[in-house]
Design a protein around this ligand. Structure first.
Ligand code: NAP
Length: 248
């Protein structure tokens, strides 16, 4: 019997959820619980961490999960690594739904860094106005460059004082448009755009806006992950069908 666990938190995970519900595949959707009001899914949904590898193995067993689709964000490496180990231990089939990374185009001025932790050093020393759309978890890294003004785009209002002195918080949830991101960057007189190489369309507008405004972008590469990945909902549906035929 096929029973799927879909690890979510991305636009692609929502598209995957819609397709699975349309074809009636028995699926549980899982959110980490990072945002206050996560988007509703057309599937039974659970919210919160599993409790590491051991917790995830126990969950897979209790729920009799046969297939895990890891559609977490490419930078949510902890969850993806736990899924690899837990699925191997329990014996569930695992696939990652992962969009292709963004690639610089003509007119782009990108500085590539290996890790998010390397981003602050890539900023200039002279005061700049920085568009920081990298989520809330790692903004403390930028306290080493307090001379800059940071425009933070967040899903929810911060629940604790921000570790940066000069900030403007913009509350918004993607997907975003090039027109609105261009206007936002112009209104806030942005000089530098920081981005994690998430890929996909939901957060791409900031790169198109940066190109239109000829702004430099500091781009962090993705963490390396193990295991098989497919880049479309269709491909994952095909994988599910094939593994069902093999009796997995
Ligand atoms: P992470 O560092 O990889 O995960 C940390 C812990 O959060 C995991 O070990 C797990 O806790 C729990 N977790 C993460 N995703 C989960 C899920 N879908 N269902 C249940 N538990 C989950 O992840 P993160 O970077 O904090 O991201 C958290 C969530 O936000 C993910 O679902 C991701 O798709 C989404 N998101 C992340 C980013 C980003 O830039 N990192 C951007 C957009 C959306 P336990 O060990 O207790 O199981």
């Amino acid at each position: 019997m096929m029973r799927v666990l879909l690890l979510g938190g991305t636009t692609e995970a929502s598209a995957m959820a819609l397709r699975l519900s349309q074809v009636g595949i028995d699926t549980v959707f899982s959110y980490a619980g990072r945002t206050l009001a996560p988007a509703r899914q057309p599937l039974p949904t659970r919210i919160g961490g599993f409790g590491g590898v051991a917790g995830l193995v126990a969950y897979l067993r209790a729920q009799a999960i046969s297939h895990v689709i890891d559609a977490t964000h490419p930078f949510a490496a902890g969850m993806s690594r736990n899924a690899v180990v837990a699925c191997a231990q329990f014996g569930a089939a695992l696939i990652r739904l992962e969009r292709a990374p963004w690639v610089a185009q003509a007119g782009d001025d990108w500085t590539m860094v290996d890790r998010v932790e390397d981003m602050p050093a890539a900023l200039p020393d002279t005061p700049a106005r920085v568009f920081l759309a990298i989520g809330k978890q790692q903004i403390g890294l930028f306290s080493v460059k307090p001379q800059h003004h940071y425009v933070l785009r967040l899903v929810d209002a911060p629940d604790a004082p921000l570790p940066l002195a000069q900030t403007t918080v913009v509350l918004a949830r993607g997907p975003f448009t090039t027109t609105s991101d261009t206007a936002l960057m112009r209104d806030h007189r942005i000089t530098h755009v920081l981005a994690k190489n998430a890929g996909g369309t939901a957060a791409q507008a900031k790169l198109e806006a940066a190109r239109a405004l000829r702004l430099p972008v500091i781009m962090a590469a993705r963490p390396a992950l193990q295991g098989r990945a497919l880049d479309t909902v269709d491909a994952v549906m095909g994988w599910l069908g094939h593994s069902a035929l093999r009796g997995e």
